[in-house]
Write a protein that binds this ligand. Structure first.
Ligand code: NAD
Length: 498
């Protein structure tokens, strides 16, 4: 349903909004035991929204103990029919609060209100709903044993899941973990990013209203090196479900080894190649998709197509078309519904993006478009869509994840060369190939080292297909029935038949 609110309407609602920065432990909102707080800042204008509880090891210990008790004792939660009813209700509550949640998301991390309203919040509700509906459709197995035995293979929840998530799609990334983890019958402790805790905190209350038993879903805001680390090193946490950077993902795997060998599902960074062959039919359409694939969400997207590989014979024409499209992504006030790009999440991230732009220039890439900090709204963190041409595969901007609206254009002469360049990276999250030749497309899809390959589109997919990476992009899979299965353990029950 179309929303007719204007920027002024959203601003008015923002001013009337009550912000809650507390943790949610044992079914109640509370402060961190230490009393410590940190400022939650609106990156569009630098203003403080609210003080947020800065949880640490003491709060983590409390939450894990409560989660374990609730997991062991809640007969309701062990009942698939109960979980289904409650999670369907939660999905419905997310949908019915979508304007409030979208506003919180936009104020907290700077993305455009239309993206929050039409993408993030509906996708979050959809993920919870999809997993709820799947709960009573996953069966155990009877093993093909000899007649005098019966081998039952049953699926059981893993126990206490700590979900540690990033700031780029705060509620959506959280939902990709919470949806399957709760559906499978686990108790979940959510640690949102310190840069974007507000929707997670609000979600806790909605979960309680939906009927999630106390202790089964808890939210611990705070920093990675305090509460995040405490959860990852905890001896009674069964799983770390993580989305975030490769560097932190590697640390978490070490923490698992140092502590109780907990499972770790990692969804990490990317440097995704978008390969455009000269035989594509509609260059304008492909250019529009290539621009959207890097500039959407300020480029703060794990599968952002940050490397555009273009066949030499069409390079100049194609780059012109991409730049024409880039213009449509000039940042605007995030509360303005027509803004297709909002603010960068905070000052350090803005400086990081500007640093990479400087490096691109220093290393000899040709800056064709953008590249500057903008004062779109006073006190805000804004940088425009940026296009570098003449990039070579060894340059820093072609190798490192920038996580901002910066496109590196690399040219190639043959598809084999393009695939070689595409695969020459530590990452393997997403890749795309555009061609009108289906044989070329399928050959490339097989050879690209990537968790997902898009043919003649970028970033497509829905809840039915898994999302995740290979190489240093991680080892987990969000979405689809495979992620629901990830959050359960196989148990064998062996029966002798007399
Ligand atoms: P980050 O790794 O800095 O932080 C992610 C989360 O980990 C945050 O909640 C943070 O507080 C926590 N954390 C940090 N240090 C920790 C520690 N020592 N112990 C425990 N927790 C710790 O990432 P970010 O900057 O929030 O997000 C950007 C990154 O996320 C990018 O690399 C992006 O590619 C990746 N990402 C990946 C996917 C995917 O599905 N593969 C999706 C979205 C984002």
């Amino acid at each position: 349903m179309a929303n007719t609110l204007t920027a002024a309407d959203w601003q008015q609602r923002a001013e009337a909004l009550t912000f809650n920065g507390q943790a949610f432990i044992g079914g109640e909102y509370c402060d961190a035991v230490s009393g410590e707080v940190f400022d939650c800042i609106n990156p569009a204008n630098g203003q403080v929204l609210v003080s947020v509880a800065s949880c640490d090891q003491v709060d983590a210990d409390n939450a894990v103990r409560i989660a374990r008790e609730a997991f062991r004792q809640s007969e309701n939660w062990a009942n698939p029919g109960f979980r289904k009813k409650v999670l369907l209700k939660l999905a419905q509550l997310i949908s019915s609060h979508r304007e409030e949640l979208a506003l919180l998301e936009t104020l907290d991390m700077g993305k455009g209100i239309s993206d929050s309203l039409y993408v993030d919040i509906p996708a979050s509700a959809n993920c919870i709903r999809w997993n709820a509906e799947a709960i009573d459709k996953v069966y155990g197995e009877v093993a093909p044993t000899a007649n005098n035995h019966l081998g039952l293979v049953v699926r059981e929840p893993l126990g206490v899941v700590a979900a540690i998530v990033p700031w780029n799609f705060p509620l959506m990334m959280a939902s990709w973990k919470i949806g399957p983890a709760l559906a499978a019958g686990n108790a979940v402790i959510l640690k949102p990013s310190e840069k974007s805790p507000l929707t997670a905190i609000r979600l806790a209350q909605l979960a309680k209203e939906a009927g999630v038993p106390d202790g089964i879903f808890q939210v611990l805001p705070g920093f990675g090196h305090t509460v995040g680390q405490a959860l990852a090193l905890h001896m009674d946490v069964n799983v770390i479900a993580f989305t975030g950077s490769t560097a932190v993902g590697k640390q978490l795997i070490q923490y698992a080894g140092q502590s109780n060998m907990k499972r770790t599902f990692m969804e990490c960074g990317g440097k995704s190649p978008n390969i455009v062959c000269a035989d594509v039919e509609n260059l304008d359409k492909v250019a529009a998709a290539a621009a959207s694939a890097i500039f959407y969400n300020q480029g703060e997207v794990c599968i952002a197509a940050s490397r555009l590989l273009v066949e030499n014979s069409i390079r100049d024409e194609f780059v012109e078309k991409v730049m024409a499209r880039a213009e449509k992504f000039m940042p605007g006030n995030p509360l303005e519904p027509s803004s297709r790009m909002g603010a960068i999440v905070d000052q350090p991230q803005l400086q990081r993006v500007l640093g990479y732009i400087g490096k691109g220039c220093d290393e000899g890439a040709r800056l064709r478009y953008g590249g500057e900090q903008l004062d779109t709204v006073a006190g805000g963190c804004f940088v425009g869509p940026t296009v570098f041409d003449n990039v070579t595969p060894e340059m820093t901007i072609a190798r490192e994840e920038i996580f901002g609206p910066v496109l590196a254009v690399i040219s190639f002469d043959s598809l084999e060369e393009a695939i070689e360049i595409a695969n020459d990276t530590d990452y393997g999250l997403a890749a795309a190939v555009w061609t009108s030749n289906i044989n070329k497309a399928l050959k490339a899809a097989r050879k690209l080292e990537s968790g997902q390959v898009f043919i003649n589109n970028y970033g497509g997919g829905d809840m039915t297909v898994p999302f995740g990476g290979v190489k240093q992009s991680g080892n987990g899979r969000d979405k689809s029935i495979h992620s629901l299965e990830e959050y359960s353990e196989l148990k064998t029950i062996w029966i002798e038949i007399e």
